[in-house]
Design a protein around this ligand. Structure first.
Ligand code: NAD
Length: 244
């Protein structure tokens, strides 16, 4: 039996995690933590913590997990480079799975994006489009950021130089070294992502659409069950799924 604590438990993802965990016979939720609750007072009962809260919270949650030798699964997005580096450094002490998206479909999209970029080569223009519900606080989505990282890596581009967030005004002709990024917000969209490869005469689009948060929740629960038996280190959902 794997004992779990969910941080961000009263949020949209927290609720999905609590509901889905009840259907996994090997998992037992021993703590549900949100603003105002004290993780330190319950963490001893857990084998792993699953964090879907807010980017400002992840660092202290990870610090506590490292001190108490608990596995950590991070779903929260929107961290800056400094937060990211500080949290990642703690993976030297505990097993840590960190993924911008825990759905099996999106992790397949990551794999396909790498493959398609290699096959299509440098002549195709690359654009990423994402759409999420009106309440989402960060943009672009963590998943879109991961897609852009994969595109940049596969084309040996500097992500920082290549990324063009939206376009406005007299921006001039597009270069081959750009990765366009576009964030749409509205309604109750759970998460849509499209990678566009455009060349003269043809266009390929890879699209994933999530219609339920349960897909992320079940993936994160699977990652937690997997992480507790791994040595310390930083792992991706691709590794949990055996895709990498
Ligand atoms: P939400 O706003 O509905 O829920 C976040 C919850 O975290 C809220 O209840 C809030 O009170 C709580 N919270 C804030 N600060 C906290 C703290 N210091 N300690 C404990 N709890 C705290 O958001 P959501 O839609 O559930 O998404 C949560 C996060 O997960 C976001 O960063 C989102 O982008 C990310 N997300 C990731 C995936 C994935 O697969 N990786 C999927 C969906 C959402």
């Amino acid at each position: 039996m794997t004992n779990l604590i969910i941080t961000g438990s009263r949020g949209r993802m927290g609720e999905a995690l609590l509901r889905c965990a009840a259907n996994h016979p090997g998992l037992n939720v021993v703590g549900a933590i949100d603003v105002g609750d004290d993780l330190a007072s319950v963490i001893d009962a857990a084998d792993a913590v699953i964090d879907f809260s807010f980017h400002e919270a992840t660092r202290s949650i990870a610090q506590l997990c490292a001190e108490k030798a608990k596995a950590l699964v991070i779903g929260t997005t929107g961290h800056d480079q400094a937060d990211r580096a500080a949290v990642e450094a703690l993976a030297a002490r505990i097993p840590m799975v960190w993924a911008s998206n825990y759905s099996t479909g999106v992790n397949t999209l990551f794999w396909l994006t790498r493959k398609a970029t290699e096959i299509l080569g440098p002549d195709f223009d690359l654009e990423v489009i994402e759409m999420h519900h009106r309440m989402k606080r960060d943009a672009p989505s963590g998943t879109a950021a991961t897609l852009a990282e994969i595109l940049a890596e596969s084309r040996a581009l500097s992500l920082e130089n290549a990324l063009k967030h939206g376009r406005e005004g007299i921006v001039g002709a597009r270069t081959r070294e750009e990765i366009g990024m576009h964030s749409l917000r509205g309604g109750d969209v759970v998460g849509d992502h499209t990678v566009v490869y455009a060349n003269d005469g043809e266009r390929l689009e890879l699209t994933h659409k999530a219609s339920s948060r349960d897909t992320f929740a079940n993936g994160a629960l699977r990652a937690a069950a997997w992480a507790v038996s791994q040595p310390a280190g930083l792992y991706s959902m691709q590794q949990v799924l055996g895709l990498e």
